[in-house]
Design a protein around this ligand. Structure first.
Ligand code: ZN
Length: 232
């Protein structure tokens, strides 16, 4: 555990922070951080209250899901997290929430187009809907892995919740807040008789280019898969 303490503490602190802000509740959702040195990731345990968590409760798994540290059962979505890290070398932190406003869009299946500059800058060109698959299944893992290759950092999982990525945990947490604001503003707009206007295409592309620049920077310095050439 001592080898991974920093990462496990980060998961604990972030879980409590997100719970305090209302983005996580009870045991819903899960989050993980990539551990570049060991080609592994630290992830929240399954069905365990965030507010009671200590670093020893966090599970450390290899990318092939072999347990490296932690006594508890890892999140049932561990395979989904591993699949995302494999297809997205720019992603070093993943947060899955059941936050309310994106979850509402998850029920009506409406993606969020580029509405705000900060949205395109941090979340990507749009917030797409990932088709439904049952929680904790290989079907969900495959569906998610297939839909997240476009380098966006926020997705809505149909009839389920939200999925946020970041080059680090700080960015992933920031993206949770940005998504919440965008989802609420869009939902309110959809309740009016007016059509939501979008930012100009050229602005969206400039903002997305800045996001990609950040992502590429982190892809280069993260040593996790450089040695075996498995980066995509
Ligand atoms: Zn969930």
């Amino acid at each position: 555990m001592s080898d991974y303490l920093t990462y496990c503490q980060l998961i604990v602190d972030t879980s409590k922070d997100l719970t305090g802000k209302g983005f996580l509740s009870a045991t819903g959702g899960n989050l993980s951080v990539r551990i570049p040195e060991g080609k592994a990731f630290a992830i929240t345990p399954s069905n365990y209250d965030y507010m009671n968590m200590i670093p020893e409760d966090i599970c450390v798994l290899g990318m092939d899901l072999n347990p490296l540290a932690g006594e508890r059962h890892p999140s049932v979505e561990s395979a989904m997290h591993a699949a995302i890290y494999k297809v997205r070398p720019d992603v070093n932190a993943i947060i899955h929430t059941h936050q309310v406003y994106p979850s509402t869009l998850a029920l009506i299946g409406i993606p969020i187009p580029a509405l705000f500059d900060e949205q395109a800058r941090f979340l990507g060109r749009s917030v797409d809907i990932i088709p439904y698959a049952p929680s904790g299944t290989g079907m969900l893992m495959n569906t998610v892995a297939k839909h997240v290759k476009n380098h966006n950092n926020a997705y809505i999982m149909a009839n389920h919740g939200a999925l946020l990525f970041g080059v680090n945990m700080e960015r992933a947490v920031h993206n949770v807040s940005v998504l919440e604001k965008c989802a609420l503003a869009y939902l309110l707009t959809l309740c009016t008789e007016y059509k939501a206007s979008r930012i100009p295409l050229v602005v969206r592309e400039l903002a997305f280019a800045k996001l990609r620049k950040d992502q590429k920077k982190y892809e280069i310095i993260a040593p996790s898969e450089e040695s075996d050439g498995s980066r995509v």
